[in-house]
Write a new protein. Structure first.
Length: 127
């Protein structure tokens, strides 16, 4: 198998910024981070504050929050590449009044058919 036949790595999916990402992997990756964050939040809330495990769950929750924020930015940059929109639009995710509408738009806006300046095909790093 050549490198072109190999599927992209999960490292590229979650933390790479080059290439294009279609709607389905974008939605699934967002769902993954939301689920993981909810799981750690649930453990943190369910653990009594007096137990030593509370500190551990709290630190893990904040660590997942930081990692998922970085990953979400990278995912959105690749999604914007697919739609041929400028990458600085990722900042819309940090504006409270429009963040949910921006996320919905990024989830439903169709990608550019065919190749564009960010890659020949979707769901791959740029060659």
């Amino acid at each position: 198998m050549t490198d072109a036949d190999q599927p992209p790595s999960l490292t590229w999916l979650f933390f790479g910024w080059s290439g294009r990402l279609s709607r389905l992997p974008y939605a699934l990756a967002w769902g993954f981070w939301m689920t993981l964050g909810a799981a750690f939040l649930t453990r943190m809330v369910m653990t009594p504050h007096e137990e030593p495990a509370f500190v551990t769950w709290t630190l893990l929750f904040f660590a997942v929050g930081v990692v998922s924020t970085v990953s979400s930015v990278m995912l959105t940059i690749k999604r914007l590449h697919d739609t041929a929109l400028p990458a600085p639009l990722v900042l819309c995710l940090f504006v409270p009044a429009i963040s949910i509408f921006a996320l919905i738009a990024f989830l439903v806006w169709p990608g550019t058919p065919g190749s564009n300046v960010h890659g020949a095909v979707t769901d791959r790093p740029k060659d």
